[in-house]
Ligand binder design. Structure first.
Ligand SMILES: NC(=O)c1ccc[n+]([C@@H]2O[C@H](COP(=O)([O-])OP(=O)(O)OC[C@H]3O[C@@H](n4cnc5c(N)ncnc54)[C@H](O)[C@@H]3O)[C@@H](O)[C@H]2O)c1
Length: 315
């Protein structure tokens, strides 16, 4: 039975805690958060808490840690946790520069520490089915992908750090669109030739963008078009359209539709119904620890996605 430490008990830290507690291989969850109010909330849920994460690491016998803190802290916290030689589930984005992620990879490899990055859409049942259908060549060679992360996020109600360059680093692409870019690279298995991007502030006057348009050109001549926005009220669209030589797939977390041109062209809906990708992600991480497996999203995989993100910002 595992004892898990969670560093950062904000929006996603609470979700990690809930799913660890429902996993039969987890014994205890312990929380570290510098904010009194967050520690009080955690204590109300029955969790022991620490103000300083290093005290938690020193005083508790932890088997693994989730890092659920603001973007600019990921590198330093991950490097410090590695000194305790325990597996880490690191929230995305893994780091805020190419150099930072390299440092994390170097230390994890040197100390042989298991690190998984929380690219959560990979744990959605419908996205997993898309991967299987593509591998089984149901739609043939992929020619064109449209990726969207359109969801209204009120930056005025957000924790302040999410809107500052120093702490969040980026906006809608860096924070949310990353899931879509990651899904495109994972599902297609393609290598990037070049990328272009346009960060915009169409509604919120913040240091980080509220909208991002982009294109990725792949080495095989195919292309992905990206629309990410936090200002789109009313019609949430988080998913992909994948157009191949023999058919197409439209996928989001609620549904997958396959269009095929065999003898008779037809639409098939092989998957309907949302899955809890956050629960699947925690269960996968626990399984990787208990059974010493390699996580589905390694640091190297995360680095590939981060490189694509930095190319889109044209850095
Ligand atoms: N995988 C996903 O689907 C998903 C969804 C939401 C957020 N996230 C990611 O999770 C991370 C946190 O986002 P959030 O929405 O929970 O933010 P949040 O602001 O709600 O929570 C962050 C928490 O970290 C705490 N914190 C800050 N510095 C700390 C430190 N040194 N030690 C311990 N705690 C510290 C804050 O007090 C706060 O409670 C970000 O990287 C974000 O991109 C991922």
């Amino acid at each position: 039975m595992l004892n898990i430490g969670i560093i950062g008990y904000g929006f996603i830290g609470k979700i990690h805690a809930q799913h660890y507690m429902s996993n039969p291989n987890v014994n205890r969850v312990i929380i570290a958060d510098p904010l009194d109010i967050n520690r009080k909330n955690a204590e109300r849920m029955g969790f022991k808490t620490y103000e300083i994460f290093e005290d938690m690491l020193n005083l508790e016998k932890l088997d693994a840690v989730s890092i659920c803190t603001p973007h600019h802290t990921h590198r330093d916290i991950a490097l410090r946790v590695m000194d305790f030689r325990i597996p880490i589930l690191l929230e995305k984005p893994a780091a805020t520069s190419r150099e930072e992620i390299k440092e994390i990879i170097e230390k994890a490899e040197r100390l042989d520490i298991k690190v998984m990055v929380a690219h959560s859409l990979r744990f959605s049942d419908t996205f997993r089915l898309a991967k299987k259908l593509i591998e089984e060549e149901e739609i043939g060679k992929i020619l064109f992908i449209i990726g969207k992360y359109l969801a209204f996020k009120d930056y005025n109600q957000y924790p302040k750090w999410k809107t500052t360059k120093k702490e969040a680093w980026g906006g809608t692409l860096f924070r949310d669109g990353l899931h879509i870019v990651d899904a495109i690279l994972w599902l297609s298995g393609k290598e990037i030739a070049s990328a272009k991007g346009l960060p915009l502030n169409l509604f919120f006057d913040t240091e980080v963008e509220d909208t991002f348009l982009g294109t990725i050109n792949f080495q095989d001549g195919s292309i992905a078009q990206l629309s990410m926005s936090s200002i789109t009220k009313g019609f949430e669209q988080i998913g992909l359209e994948i157009y191949g030589e023999k058919g197409s797939i439209k996928v989001n977390n609620e549904e997958l539709v396959l269009y095929k041109e065999d003898d008779i062209p037809k639409y098939i809906k092989p998957a309907i119904g949302a899955s809890d990708f956050w629960k699947n992600q925690i269960d996968h991480f626990v399984d990787c620890i208990i059974n010493n497996k390699e996580p589905l999203v390694t640091l190297k995989e995360a680095e590939k996605t981060m490189k694509a993100i930095f190319m889109l910002y044209e850095l």
